[in-house]
Design a protein around this ligand. Structure first.
Ligand code: UDP
Ligand code: MG
Length: 334
């Protein structure tokens, strides 16, 4: 059987040598498996490209797809998935937070008949604000999502060729991969693992990107924000109507309403103004995502391939340019 291992890489020069060693050590004992690594270089500006090229030269099972600039984690994954040819595909991060030693377990579950094998974190080592953010997101998302998506799972896992084929048909631009993976269905299995610390370097997903990712998850898998807005509108209108009736009746009966009332008025005015702006903002989040879909821009552009990632994939039409020279230069220079 053929196994493709897709790894998005953005400025991971410190982790690549260790990743290479551990991948080989973990996959070497799989005698009946022809495995191949597809690095997706997501516009790295450090020495990652050079290190990856060295690895390709040393071991032809390591291949590279280079994107024309930094398109982000999710786009890099999509680029990798569009190029796989294996019977099964493992997706994992390149910072060794997803241990390669779990790959044989994922394969075992696949051989037992699962089409999608999720690697779920039994524990995780991140601390501080980042950890709090992850925990809050997973808890909040469970509640808000219209579709059941298991918590504590990132991209790490295995996909059957058929599942990859289905995922490659998805054209949506603002992707939340763990959600899409659950959405496709098929027989899904789970393997638990202890999530390690990032092996070296700073996280490459900035806080801003992580927030965008969390919002993409919410807005692509839930209409609840819209429903909550409608519900809030209904409650506020009902309260307004009742209050209006009370004031009209008191006025007709000649009961004095108020001498002053500035504080009350200004409070209500500001509160309702705020609620309306939040509602417009929420609506805007959906509209912006609709606009992204309508523009139909490609998710990524490929500038170069090294090794033998398959040709003839669906992005072939858009990757008409080739920039084989210096990958460490910035996209503007290119
Ligand atoms: N990554 C990428 N493009 C980006 C940011 C990150 O390809 O714009 C890669 C990165 O090199 C790593 C993986 O995606 O292999 C996960 O990134 P990171 O560890 O920063 O994310 P986190 O673990 O914080 O979710
Ligand atoms: Mg990481």
């Amino acid at each position: 059987m053929n196994l493709d291992i897709v790894i998005p890489i953005y400025n991971e020069q410190e982790n690549l040598p260790e990743l290479y060693r551990r991948l080989k050590r973990a996959c070497e004992p799989l005698y009946d498996v022809a495995w191949r690594v597809i690095y997706v270089n997501d516009g790295s500006r450090d020495d990652s490209m050079r290190t990856m090229l060295d690895q390709c030269r040393e071991d032809p099972r390591f291949t590279i797809i280079s994107l024309s600039r930094n398109f982000g984690h999710q786009a890099a994954i999509s680029a990798g998935l569009a190029h796989v040819t294996g019977d099964a595909v493992v997706l994992m991060d390149g910072d060794l937070q997803d241990p390669p030693e779990v790959i044989p377990e994922l394969l075992k579950r696949w051989q037992e008949g699962d089409h999608v094998v999720r690697a779920e974190r039994r524990s995780r080592k991140e601390r501080g604000l980042r950890r709090l953010g992850f925990d809050l997101f997973h808890r909040g998302f469970q509640w808000i999502s219209d579709f059941p998506i298991p918590a504590q799972a990132g991209i790490f896992g295995l996909l059957d060729r058929r599942v990859v084929g289905e995922l490659n048909r998805f054209a949506e631009k603002n992707r939340f991969f763990p959600g899409l993976r659950s959405w496709v269905g098929f027989r899904q299995g789970v393997v638990s693992y202890d999530r390690e610390e990032r092996s070296a370097g700073e996280p490459k997903q900035s806080l801003k990107r992580l927030i965008k990712y969390a919002l993409d998850a919410v807005f692509s898998f839930s209409y609840k924000p819209l429903k909550l807005m409608t519900a809030a509108g209904a409650v506020i209108s009902a309260a307004g109507f009742i209050l209006a009736c009370v004031f009209v009746v008191r006025r007709l009966l000649g009961i004095e309403i108020a001498q002053t009332g500035f504080t009350t008025l200004i409070t209500v005015l500001l509160f309702l103004g705020g609620v309306q702006l939040i509602a417009i903002g929420l609506l805007g989040e959906y509209v912006a995502r609709i606009y992204d879909e309508v523009k139909q821009r490609p998710l990524y552009i490929i500038s170069d391939r090294h090794g033998s990632p398959s040709v003839g994939s669906r992005d072939e039409k858009i990757s008409t340019h080739s920039y084989p020279e210096d990958q460490s230069r910035s996209p503007r220079e290119l």
